[in-house]
Design a protein around this ligand. Structure first.
Ligand code: UT7
Length: 326
């Protein structure tokens, strides 16, 4: 029988900065209430990086935990892909800074910019390297300091986001080429650049020369979310050759509890299978999936052999899903 090499996730880790900002804290600086935020989003609190803490610092903490979980050290790493929309600097890539801080030897290291969908995009990039034999120990990190992009006079956006990082280690494993194999089994990645105006940052090196603030037409993004995410999950699961009913855990991007619930309802996924950290983390963009994943591994819910589906949607608009067996 022909053996198939798949890319498998062998370790997961998450890191949140110590400082917690509650809804009540925000209600002191902007016209909002805890009740509105909880009812419309499910968010109760979020973490905020300290003034001297960089995105790369959060990424390094998460990466160390993922490497320890995989039984690997920085010396083993031969690829770093960081999904971020809040890099330390315009260049070099945050991945290069992470490489230096971790002490990883010379290897390919670069960032992927697909905003909240960045982690799913980055995972598919790493899959390309690992499954083709171009890397044997890839670090895929989602790391964000979204609070640096917020306009704290805009109540429609400043209550929604937080900071954090999550990381996974991706390594080759041999399988039989069936859906029982460990590994990344199917992806669906999408972007509709016609919808750029619905969610963007109003600055950048080539336009204003400043970083800018996050702008979102929230209710229009919301309208696109449930239908498009559901389609991507169905496509990723079809590509994997598995059925939605066989999925053990649904680990979504944590933008809004109503979106998580809407997607689960549409696809007939029982709410007990949905990993939700939105109440405690808020929307950490590319970090939200690996952070939620790490939390569910840590508390014993997600175990080796489980069939997982990851999904995300964000600025671009980008969206996508990945079906994998742990
Ligand atoms: O990760 C990237 C993807 N992003 C998302 O998936 C976010 C998608 N969008 C959403 O999650 C929701 O649209 C929001 C949570 C952003 C907003 O919820 P909504 O139910 O769509 O509310 P809305 O934007 O239609 O606003 C309803 C009302 C407005 O007041 P009026 O015009 O009806 O008087 C807003 O001004 O709620 C008001 N509002 C607030 N009130 C209190 C908006 N933000 C706040 C706030 N506190 N923080």
């Amino acid at each position: 029988m022909t053996r198939t090499v798949r890319s498998a996730v062998t370790g997961v880790g998450g890191y949140l900065p110590d400082n917690v900002v509650t809804n009540e804290d925000l209600a002191k600086i902007v016209d909002t209430t805890d009740a509105w935020i909880v009812e419309r989003t499910g968010i109760r609190r979020r973490h905020k990086a300290g003034p001297d803490q960089l995105t790369s610092d959060l990424a390094v903490e998460a990466a160390r935990k993922a490497l320890a979980a995989a039984g690997r050290t920085p010396a083993d790493v031969d690829l770093i892909v960081v999904a971020t929309t809040t890099p330390d600097l315009t260049f070099p890539a945050t991945a290069a800074i992470v490489q230096r801080k971790l002490g990883v030897p010379v290897c390919p290291a670069f960032d992927v910019q697909a905003v909240c969908s960045g982690f799913v995009y980055a995972l598919s990039v790493a899959d390309g390297f690992v499954a083709r034999g171009h890397a044997r120990c890839a670090l895929v990190i989602g790391a964000e300091e979204m609070t640096r992009l917020l306009d704290y006079t805009d109540r429609g956006t400043c209550v929604l986001f937080g900071d954090g990082a999550g990381a996974v280690v991706v390594e080759p494993v041999e399988g039989e080429g069936t859906t029982a194999d460990r590994g990344l089994l199917g992806f669906a990645l999408r972007c509709d650049g016609g919808k750029t105006d619905l969610l963007y940052v109003d600055g950048g090196p080539a336009s204003t020369g400043h970083v800018g603030h996050l702008r979102m037409v929230g209710n229009q993004v919301f309208r696109h979310a449930v239908v498009n995410i559901s389609e991507a999950i169905e496509a990723a699961s079809r590509a994997a050759g598995v059925e939605i009913k066989d999925i053990d855990w649904f680990i979504p991007h944590q933008a809004n509890q109503r979106i998580l619930q809407g997607v689960a309802d549409r696809l007939g996924i029982d709410e007990t299978k949905v990993v939700s950290t939105v109440a405690d983390h808020a929307n950490t963009s590319a970090a939200s999936i690996p952070l939620a994943w790490a939390a569910a591994v840590e508390d014993g819910r997600v175990k080796p052999g489980d069939l997982l589906v990851l999904e995300a949607m964000g600025g671009g608009l980008t969206w996508g899903a990945c079906t994998l067996r742990l």
